[in-house]
Design a protein around this ligand. Structure first.
Ligand SMILES: *Cc1c(COP(=O)(O)O)cnc(C)c1O
Length: 432
């Protein structure tokens, strides 16, 4: 019935996250409210760790892609679970370092890192910088040289696999702002350039083919292509690169109809492909990195709202307005993402209404979903939107000067605030 293990229904018919009644949480903390399950996050991390151990002799590391939900407590939890961390900006790096994440397990991504960000990364001794372009390579080499440092790097490669078409295709991804294209020879030229620089050490390659991917085939094809490229690099430069970062993008279930493969299945398949291809090419099996973001935190989160106005437009649709919207969850406005919703107080009842869940912004597109089946809803009810743990809080905005909701972390029957609710004063804090 539910899209995540951490959700259940109690005897009163209320939606619970772990052992906490969502109606009690809404009453205690107010709405809108993000709620996360710590047990679920840890379990998701463990699945990656265990799968790497079971299917790849533990010769790798899963990095939590922090952009999915970046705050100190979630960085701490991921680090405690033995994950490395992927950051994409100085702000994410700062958060990770302040949370006490070991810098050597941090991978710094981004297609246009600034000089101050690179300096911060060098000063914090970030383990690996994933270099995206030649301008960055030149700048990093110079900045590292000025500090008498040799920085470990990977190069981001576009493997030419587009996982986002209905039947995924191998071309087309040349048209991307990220990384060096493989087919055009750009990636090989970048490898040679990197190898020739004295203040960076090239340790491997990175690729990332997209997000919310359900099919394992594009991942397998990517692994084949990348190992082929590693062998080609050895042939042309004599360098045998040891590390291969296969990126993230593993899909999660937002609605009951969706059926993503288990990570274990993916790991087992990718591992067998890597072993097979390495055997054929007589290339040593690389140390692999994975970068799950959505699949770590997505299923672990829900958002609670209070219903305000209900407008039934006969023959057209029913608008149910809630006290949040695109400012705390912009994903429907951005890309028509689907969600499952429910009346948190009537969780087991039949869904008798079809509603458009609307936010409070001055924007007709401020919707959380359209044509959503839900139990009876009226003013004052608490609505839960499920699977909001990824790319909601991290994508939140302050449009219309809406304060961001707080984040409450649940563990068993315990609840604690991990991000406080913003106030109107917070919103005006930087105003002069
Ligand atoms: C976004 C991103 C990820 C995480 O993707 P998910 O779909 O959340 O798993 C990993 N690596 C890179 C480079 C990314 O840009």
């Amino acid at each position: 019935m539910f899209v995540a293990d951490c959700l259940q229904v109690n005897q009163e018919g209320h939606l619970c996250i772990e052992e906490q009644d969502t109606l009690e949480l809404a009453a205690k903390y107010g709405t809108p409210l993000y709620v996360m399950s710590e047990t679920q996050i840890r379990k998701n991390c463990q699945r990656y760790r265990d799968s790497l151990k079971r299917f790849y002799d533990g010769n790798g590391l899963a990095l939590y892609a922090s952009k999915a939900f970046c705050c100190k407590e979630i960085c701490r939890i991921a680090a405690e679970e033995g994950m490395g961390l992927d950051v994409v900006s100085g702000g994410e790096l700062y958060t990770a370092i302040s949370a006490g994440v070991s810098p050597e397990k941090i991978y710094f991504h981004g297609n246009n890192k600034t000089a101050p960000e690179l300096v911060a990364a060098l000063e914090h001794k970030v383990g690996t910088i994933v270099v995206d372009n030649l301008e960055e390579l030149e700048m990093l080499d110079r900045l590292a040289g000025a500090k008498n440092m040799r920085q470990e790097i990977m190069l981001r490669v576009k493997p030419g696999v587009d996982a986002h078409t209905h039947n995924f295709i191998r071309t087309g991804q040349i048209d991307s702002k990220f990384g060096f294209a493989l087919e055009t020879g750009e990636a090989m030229a970048a490898v040679k350039e990197a190898v020739g620089r004295s203040n960076v050490v090239l340790t491997g390659l990175h690729c990332h083919i997209g997000s919310q991917i359900f099919d394992t085939e594009p991942f397998l094809l990517t692994a084949r292509i990348m190992i082929g490229f590693l062998a080609q690099i050895r042939q042309q430069t004599g360098c045998e690169l040891q590390k291969l970062n296969l990126g993230g993008g593993f899909g999660i279930q937002y609605t009951p109809e969706q059926d993503p493969p288990a990570y274990e299945t993916y790991m087992e398949r990718v591992s067998s492909v890597i072993h097979e291809i390495c055997g054929q090419l007589e290339f040593p099996t690389p140390y692999i990195l994975m970068e799950p973001g959505r699949s770590i935190v997505g299923p672990a989160g829900i958002t609670l709202y209070t219903v305000g106005a209900v407008k039934e437009i006969p023959g057209i649709r029913t608008y149910v307005s809630v006290d949040g919207g695109m400012t705390d969850n912009p994903r429907y406005a951005l890309y028509q993402s689907e969600y499952q919703i429910m009346n948190a107080g009537l969780a087991l009842q039949e869904k008798t209404m079809r509603v458009t869940l609307a936010g409070r912004c001055c924007e007709s597109g401020d919707l959380i979903g359209e044509n959503l089946p839900v139990q009876h809803l009226e003013k004052g009810d608490i609505v839960a939107v499920l699977s909001t743990g990824a790319y909601n809080y991290s994508m939140a905005s302050h449009y219309n000067r809406m304060p961001n909701p707080p984040v409450v972390m649940i563990k068993g029957d315990k609840d604690r605030v991990i991000v406080r609710r913003e106030t109107w004063e917070d919103l005006a804090r930087l105003d002069v």
